[in-house]
Design a protein around this ligand. Structure first.
Ligand code: MG
Length: 250
């Protein structure tokens, strides 16, 4: 039996460990459950994610981490090409998939967009032109913002919207709660027992895609004031530890 855990807002908040999350994961593993992480954050590499997990006291292996970058890469056939507006995680996932990363001006088969802080008007313009000329427009995720300790900052969805307006083309969104993400979980994980996340509109909807039970934690973007949410969670807890206590018994 596998539990699928979101990272930001569940295991950590902006990289700072959430109290009890490491112990909760240990408890799940001790009970014989497999724990797999799925993040919509496309920027970091798998090694980056593993390093932050280790800092939070969680040992994991590369095959226990799924990302929206991998979901985006899975939509492309090996041997094809893509231009990237996004971070190292997107480039890594494309390389693993066997997709060549090329300039937007060189007639790529696809343009893959994720959150990056390194943007230029020139790059965006070239990407919009490639999309208008028929390159497949794939976004890792559509989150409008990303939470930081200083408040929300523009997310992948904001960059995606820029390119969509500029090209007149609607993107395919690969990450949670999209179909490509669901297929990635089906291929790499199989059946999921419980999905834990901090957002009903991504993690909650995705639990329906993976036909798993949805556990909502209030340690991320969703607070008490936002309840009730749709889809209705099977469990609600302050933290992952609370959810594990409810599911396994204290
Ligand atoms: Mg989250």
């Amino acid at each position: 039996m596998t539990w699928l855990l979101d990272l930001d807002g569940v295991v950590w908040l902006s990289g700072r460990p959430i109290a009890g999350s490491a112990r909760a994961i240990e408890r799940l593993r001790d009970s014989g459950r497999r724990v797999v992480f799925f993040t919509n954050n496309s920027g970091p590499t798998i090694a980056d994610h593993l390093a932050v997990l280790a800092q939070a006291g969680v040992n994991a292996t590369a095959d226990e981490i799924l990302t929206s970058s991998q979901a985006a890469a899975s939509l492309l056939d090996p041997g094809t090409s893509a231009a990237v507006i996004g971070g190292p995680g997107v480039r890594e996932a494309l390389a693993v998939r066997g997709v060549e990363v090329v300039l937007a001006t060189s007639g790529p088969a696809a343009v893959v967009v994720g959150r990056t802080t390194e943007l230029s008007y020139e790059d965006l313009s070239a990407a919009a032109t490639a999309i208008r000329r028929g390159a497949r427009f794939i976004a890792t995720n559509s989150d409008a913002t990303m939470p930081t300790p200083d408040g929300p900052v523009p997310g992948a969805g904001a960059i995606m919207a820029f390119l969509s307006v500029a090209s007149g083309v609607e993107p395919i969104v690969a990450g949670k709660p999209g179909v490509a993400a669901g297929q990635l979980v089906a291929d790499r994980v199989g059946q999921v027992e419980v999905s834990v996340g901090d957002r009903a509109d991504t993690d909650g909807l995705f639990s329906q895609v993976t036909k798993s039970r949805f556990a909502l934690v209030l340690s991320g973007v969703t607070t008490d004031d936002d309840l009730p949410v749709k889809p209705a969670p099977d469990f609600v807890g302050e933290t992952l530890m609370d959810i594990v206590d409810q599911a396994l018994g204290t």
